[in-house]
Write a protein that binds this ligand. Structure first.
Ligand SMILES: Nc1ncnc2c1ncn2[C@@H]1O[C@H](COP(=O)(O)OP(=O)(O)OP(=O)(O)O)[C@@H](O)[C@H]1O
Ligand SMILES: [Mg+2]
Length: 294
């Protein structure tokens, strides 16, 4: 079962629970987080702009009042304790939440200035522009080659030379070509977990998206594979905007340019990663990144 199917079949979960002992962490935080000023961010070109974004699953509010900008050609990390809404926020960026019947979006999300929830938006095209990589590598039960060529075939590309070129380019860009060039016709499931995750990234890249969303892409990987995926992300930001959800604070501080800390469905703060880790503006952020809760 794919991650997507698993998500669709999942039983409705309960509402966000406050971890014990953290009840007062946000006391005094009452002022809404404004999109500006985030130091450094004003100078960046925006890929996504979120205005007062909320997500409800039935009567459960998973996310509320989120204002933020995701800069183009940068890596933005979403961090925060389990259940705080990181995946919900990520999935709202390519309308994956549409697949959940009870999900409802409030506010506005613009990609390159255009409201992605406006009537008439082509959701298939949106998801081509905004690709997604999940926690567990999910190669299709096809060959290495066909996994990468898949999206192009769906788009109607038939010419072998065009497909060959795109497969090689995408695998090279995903730092996997050298490892798989002699086994392109082998089943993708025979690759290691770390190779499968880079294959899935190659599959995402092949259709030339603008943004790649990665939901805990390394949590099922060993340290060496994690290092490979991290350095790959670093390379990819020249061509793509990346948004990553991670529970690994070292990873967020190593790879991301900007970090957004979410707590209980709200954005507590977002800033340049160095600043968030060295000198956060809010006590709750400091408590989380220093491991006092979460
Ligand atoms: N399909 C769904 N139906 C109902 N509630 C959901 C659904 N998906 C998420 N939720 C609820 O929305 C809230 C946020 O969940 P989300 O998965 O976004 O959290 P998260 O920060 O990604 O957590 P984790 O770190 O554990 O992955 C939680 O209260 C969760 O139970
Ligand atoms: Mg999640």
């Amino acid at each position: 079962m794919s991650e997507r199917e698993a998500g669709l079949n999942a039983a409705p979960r309960t509402t966000t629970q406050e971890p014990a002992g953290t009840r007062n962490l946000l006391a005094g935080l009452g002022t809404p987080v404004e999109r500006t000023p985030v130091p450094g961010l004003q100078a960046e070109a925006a890929a996504f702009e979120l205005d007062d974004v909320g997500v409800q699953y039935g009567d459960v509010t998973a996310l509320k009042g989120v204002n933020l900008t995701i800069p183009r050609n940068r890596i933005t990390a979403f961090i925060g304790p389990s259940g705080c809404g990181k995946s919900t926020l990520l999935r709202s960026l390519n309308r994956m939440n549409d697949l959940v019947d009870s999900a409802r979006l409030l506010g506005e999300i613009r990609l390159e200035g255009e409201d992605i929830y406006a009537p008439g938006v082509d959701v298939v095209e949106l998801r081509r522009r905004v690709g997604m990589v999940f926690q567990k590598p999910n190669p299709f039960p096809k060959t290495v080659y066909e996994n990468v060529a898949y999206g192009l075939r769906i788009q109607g590309v038939r010419r072998a030379s065009v497909l060959d070129e795109a497969v090689e380019r995408s695998l090279t860009q995903a730092a996997l070509w050298d490892e798989v060039k002699d086994r392109l016709d082998k089943p993708a499931v025979e690759l290691s977990g770390g190779q499968q995750q880079r294959l899935v990234i190659a599959r995402a890249i092949a259709i030339e998206p603008e943004v790649i969303l990665l939901d805990e892409p390394c949590s099922a990987l060993d340290p060496l594979s994690t290092a490979k995926v991290e350095s790959l992300m670093y390379e990819l930001k020249a061509d793509f905007t990346l948004v990553i959800v991670t529970h690994n604070m070292q990873q967020a501080s190593r790879v991301s340019d900007y970090t957004a800390f979410l707590y209980l469905g709200e954005l507590v703060e977002m800033g340049p990663t160095d600043q968030i880790f060295l000198k956060p503006g809010e006590q709750a952020t400091e408590d989380y990144i220093t491991g006092r809760f979460g």
